[in-house]
Write a protein that binds this ligand. Structure first.
Ligand code: ATP
Length: 359
């Protein structure tokens, strides 16, 4: 049983700053929606508004059919009446309670039978790889361990909706990978609607069924990870998502090519004309070690092997272009190489507004 969350024209101001600015979005039942954006873009504030921890200035929020906030109708239900589960970055565990009590406290309020509470507590500890920690106080654990206990508490509670604010931020890289897989699997089996806040675009791409990218309180794009990665709706989204970053090249579009200085890049029948920014991901450019007609001649500036792939940075006159090759690259520093751009993977943006005009 999962729930839709609907947000309509939501605004939350702190003084002159609109931390959330007229945001409307629907979180489909059972989906895993990530709010993604740089520090200060308003993602935590939006999550707190949904949770009932922050009172917005305008708009409406529905959890399922239940109107939990409406500025026009003067409705603002307290967090406890919204049927949500929360894990926040500062994972506030009760300091005077041991792990077992921290996890079962909310279940006692629900008046669950004792053996059911214990079963859920032990299952949740196993899910976050913290078996055997039930007798520790929060102060007797590391920050990452406390964060996992906060997650276990939420899992044991089994809410209809999970709200999570950077729940993996305190974990080391390896454990974060494990926990991503664990959380994604748990979402798959629980089917609970999940809203997840992160500034980490890799986390957003790997975990989500939908991503909402925010900038300065404004929703920039809502789409599947694939859509947001392949067809970013503006230059901000294109630049924010992807590692290494997308290549953005200024040029002039005409007759199915983009002219960049004296070089013309074919663009697979896109209709744009005039000044544009061409965007192409590093993995959509191929490198030839021998001259090919129509390819851009460049000098290799840097080669960055990373095991599974290699990032190559090349220069040609004023252009700097990044290419990602699978495995170990054959190219070396100072080599002369020729680049080919996959015409089907090119997006064009207006120079003035940065909006997507052709893909
Ligand atoms: P981070 O990733 O750094 O946590 P965020 O995207 O979650 O950032 P918010 O914490 O939602 O961003 O903050 C959005 C904006 O609102 C920021 O400009 C922030 O300074 C401001 N803000 C947030 N909370 C308050 C508050 N209680 N009082 C005043 N301004 C606030």
């Amino acid at each position: 049983m999962s729930t839709t969350i609907t947000i309509k024209n939501l605004t939350k101001r702190f003084g002159d700053v609109a931390a959330v600015n007229n945001v409307s979005l629907t979180v489909e039942p059972g989906s895993f929606l990530t709010l993604l954006g740089p520090s200060g873009c308003g993602k935590t504030t939006l999550l707190r508004c949904i949770a009932g921890l922050e009172d917005p200035n305008e708009g409406e929020i529905y959890v399922g059919d239940k109107l939990v906030y409406s500025s026009a109708r003067g409705i603002s239900l307290p967090p406890g009446q919204r049927d949500l589960g929360l894990v926040f970055q500062n994972y506030a565990l009760w300091p005077h309670m041991k792990v077992d009590k921290n996890i079962t406290f909310a279940l006692e309020i629900q008046k669950l039978p004792k053996d059911e509470m214990r079963k859920r507590m032990l299952e949740a500890l196993a899910e976050v790889q913290m078996e055997g920690f039930e007798d520790r106080y929060p102060r007797e654990m590391s920050g990452g361990q406390q964060q996992r206990i906060a997650l276990a508490r939420m899992l044991a509670y089994r809410p209809k909706v999970f709200l999570m604010d950077e729940p993996l931020s305190n974990l080391d890289a390896r454990l974060r990978m494990d926990m991503r897989a664990e959380l994604k699997h748990l979402h798959h089996i629980s089917g609970a609607t999940t809203i997840y806040v992160t500034h980490d675009q890799v986390e957003a791409l790997t975990m989500s069924s939908a991503i909402a990218v925010m900038k300065e309180g404004v929703l920039q794009q809502l789409g599947t990870p694939d859509t947001v990665y392949r067809y970013p709706s503006n230059l901000f989204v294109a630049d924010f998502i992807g590692n290494p970053k997308v290549n953005l090249l200024e040029g002039v579009a005409r007759d199915n090519v983009v002219e960049i200085g004296s070089f013309a890049i074919p663009t697979a029948g896109t209709k744009a004309a005039g000044p544009v920014i061409l965007a192409i991901r590093p993995e959509d450019i191929s490198i030839s070690m021998v001259p090919i007609s129509g390819a851009l001649e460049c000098n290799v500036y840097s080669v960055l092997p990373a095991g599974a792939d290699t990032t190559v940075v090349v220069k040609s006159q004023k252009l700097e272009i990044t290419i990602k090759e699978p495995g170990t690259s054959k190219v070396a520093m100072d080599d002369k190489v020729w680049l080919r751009f996959d015409p089907n993977m090119i997006n064009l943006y207006t120079k003035e507004t940065g909006s997507l005009i052709a893909s």
